[in-house]
Design a protein around this ligand. Structure first.
Ligand code: PAF
Length: 282
């Protein structure tokens, strides 16, 4: 496995691969790998002739009071895991190499960067779209794989790829969970032992809501009120950021559950903000 830090060296290598007819797969990450990242790598490995993983804690997607400085990092362990999972090229740029001091160009997808996570993280999705766009241009992948835990991110990247004609396939892959149902996240390390014990209730609440919807509850206001009460009882140490039901493609809020709808939640614990979601199909 090669480790490349220079964006232009990455681009040269990937352009050579593509012009030789090779299928290049990309898994963009911010590192501190867990089984969710590794499952994306395994999936991409099974389809790609050359597998590129980017490991970059992208500063432009963090707000001024967010956890950029303390975001968990373990580059050596990450490199060993990437090697074990058959990665051909690990791209680990410095922020200064990705963003010139006078960087001035941004990709924005405003209609998908409203509500849900964008409500409390106003610059987050501009940073995500811009860095992912840059990674696509540097890597020229045939396909790129993302986890469905960050469902709003995935919908926004799909829209960006469609609207700007990036020549690649965006693949969403299922959420990987602990045995007790907690969605894997690099930020789970922020949980205290008490919060960790309570955290599987996030998923339990989503499953309960799916049953309520399956049992005929159609009103989103009623469903989210019940879910709020569930979390208040099961996770009194948490603060609900949002529990919303949206169209899974447009991320527009819906008031009645019909057909496919995405129920997404975010909860604050003392140091962690955890997100999860479930597709409701009625
Ligand atoms: O999901 C993430 O880890 C990040 O948002 C991404 C897609 C790697 C962009 O920095």
């Amino acid at each position: 496995m090669d480790i490349i830090r220079d964006p232009l060296a990455l681009q040269r290598t990937c352009l050579n691969w593509r012009s030789g007819g090779l299928v290049v797969g990309l898994v963009p990450t911010m590192g501190y790998f867990h089984a969710g990242h590794l499952s994306l790598m395994d999936y991409a490995r099974s389809r790609a002739d050359r597998l590129v993983v980017s490991l970059f804690v992208n500063p432009t997607q963090f707000g001024p009071n967010e956890d950029l400085a303390r975001y968990p990092r373990d580059p050596e362990r990450d490199a060993a895991l990437a090697r074990e999972h058959g990665v051909d090229l690990l791209f680990t740029p410095d922020p200064g190499a990705m963003y010139a001091p006078d960087h001035a160009t941004w990709i924005e997808v405003p209609s998908l960067a409203r509500g849900l996570c964008a409500a409390t993280r106003p610059i987050h999705f501009r940073g995500v779209a811009t860095v992912v766009g840059k990674l696509f241009l540097l890597t020229q992948p045939s396909f790129a794989a993302f986890g469905e835990k960050d469902f709003q991110q995935l919908a926004l990247i799909r829209r960006m790829v469609r609207d700007l004609n990036f020549p690649l396939e965006v693949v969403g892959r299922p959420i990987v969970r602990e045995d007790d149902g907690l969605a894997l996240s690099s930020r789970n390390v922020y949980l205290t032992p008490e919060e960790r014990r309570a955290a599987p209730a996030i998923r339990k609440g989503l499953l309960a809501a799916s049953e309520w919807a399956g049992g005929g509850l159609r009103s989103v206001a009623d469903l989210t009120a019940r879910l709020r009460a569930f979390y208040a009882e099961q996770m009194p140490m948490s603060r609900l950021d949002y529990a919303e039901v949206v169209d899974p493609d447009s991320m527009e809020p819906v008031t009645e559950i019909r057909g496919r709808a995405l129920l997404a939640v975010a909860l604050h614990m003392s140091k962690a903000r955890l997100i999860d979601n479930i597709l409701l199909e009625v």
